[in-house]
Design a protein around this ligand. Structure first.
Ligand code: GDP
Length: 366
């Protein structure tokens, strides 16, 4: 930093300009965020057996599912969707990442799967709700952010495009979370089949009005190579993936792969599948954008919706008090599912308090 600062100083002096020092701002931000560490929450959803846990282990080179208990067919008949969370702290070159994987075992497993996406939607809402309460509270230091930043949705390679459950799931969740569709177990398909299935799935996504995560447009001043890579990434949707928990020997090298009597499928070989593209997108290029879209679009929608409901309730209550001249002690029905009257009262009081201290936001409750 000091070397860079000094260099800038000389440069600026040469140009007979005073150097104030704000050119170090990016370095200050960088140091602070590295010190604080990063976090990312990834959800995996889709029918069981499609290779979700294997892919997560392959993506982050960890064994996140050591204690997993698999249910037998009978137990799965009435299986409800359960949400499980695994957290690992990973460190690379001094940069710490707290990675949380949210899994949805039981999804699509029962005989009747109507509305089985509901518990997943509720889970996402609950995380927004918790964050909303925390940031609306009086103490906003050290808020735990459990909002889901991305949902990898696994599509079966055995069907003809999307199944009704896939459409239902994605439509129910596309306004709550960044959905990235993946074509599971791509090694069970020939390259021509992968291509055909991808086109079909993309068409169906469009046809059903499903809003999956959109990669941001790349800047016009980016070089041609970068632009081409970006376009390839966009054309790869849904990413055809292969996962493996085993290391095999291929061409004298030890690689993550799947050994078949007719050959070896290498997880990280771009000629075999889109695993590396997906991992680079999630980790290297788009992690921050996924977090930004979660915060600026999905959470903002949730928050606006909550504030509107609260405003409506408060206005209704005030009008009622004006009419009946009652003292306003009884707050009406809670507006967030699963929140009791007392909790809602507390939330409204806290929000009222916050708004009172912030003149800019006064219009919300007036
Ligand atoms: P989950 O229930 O979706 O988490 O699926 P698992 O990760 O437990 O995988 C279910 C089965 O599929 C296991 O026998 C895996 O070895 C196998 N499997 C996982 N990924 C792949 C893949 O990419 N291709 C193939 N052919 N099999 C896979």
């Amino acid at each position: 930093t000091s070397f860079l600062g000094g260099w800038i100083y000389i440069l600026m002096k040469d140009q007979d300009k005073e150097y104030v020092g704000f050119a170090t701002l990016p370095n200050q931000v960088h140091r602070k965020s590295v010190k604080k560490g990063f976090d990312f929450t990834l959800m995996v959803a889709g029918e069981s057996g499609l290779g979700k846990s294997t892919l997560v282990n392959s993506l982050f080179l960890t064994d996140l599912y050591k204690d997993r208990k698999l249910l037998n067919a009978e137990e799965r008949i009435t299986q409800t969707v359960e949400i499980t969370k695994h957290t690992v702290d990973i460190e690379e070159k001094g940069v710490k990442l707290k990675l949380t994987i949210v899994d949805t075992p039981g999804f699509g497993d029962a005989v009747n799967n109507t509305e089985c996406w509901k518990s997943v939607a509720d889970y996402i809402d609950q995380q927004f709700e918790q964050y909303f309460r925390d940031e609306s509270g009086l103490n906003r230091k050290n808020i735990q952010d459990n909002r889901v930043h991305c949902c990898l949705y696994f599509i079966s390679p055995f069907g003809h495009g999307l199944r009704p459950l896939d459409v239902e799931f994605m439509k129910a969740l596309h306004e709550k979370v960044n959905i990235v569709p993946v074509l599971a177990k791509a090694d069970t398909l020939t390259p021509a089949e992968v291509k055909k299935k991808k086109i079909k799935i993309r068409e169906e996504i469009e046809q059903y009005g499903i809003k999956i995560y959109q990669f941001p447009d790349c800047d016009s001043d980016e070089d041609e190579d970068f632009k081409q890579q970006d376009q390839e990434l966009k054309d790869s949707i849904p990413f055809a993936v292969i996962g493996s928990n085993t290391v095999v020997e291929a061409k004298g090298k030890r690689v993550r792969g799947r050994l078949y009597p007719w050959g070896i499928v290498e997880v990280e070989n771009p000629a075999h599948c889109d695993f590396v593209k997906l991992r680079n997108m999630l980790v290297r290029s788009h992690m921050q954008d996924l977090k930004d879209v979660t915060r600026e679009t999905h959470y903002e929608n949730y928050r606006a919706h909550c504030i509107q409901s609260m405003t409506r309730m408060v206005v209704k209550e005030r009008n009622r008090n004006k009419l009946t001249r009652e003292s306003g002690t009884d707050f009406p029905i809670p507006m967030v599912p699963g929140v009791t009257d007392t909790e809602t009262e507390k939330l409204i009081r806290e929000k009222d308090e916050e708004v009172r201290h912030s003149p800019k936001q006064c219009y919300i409750f007036c």
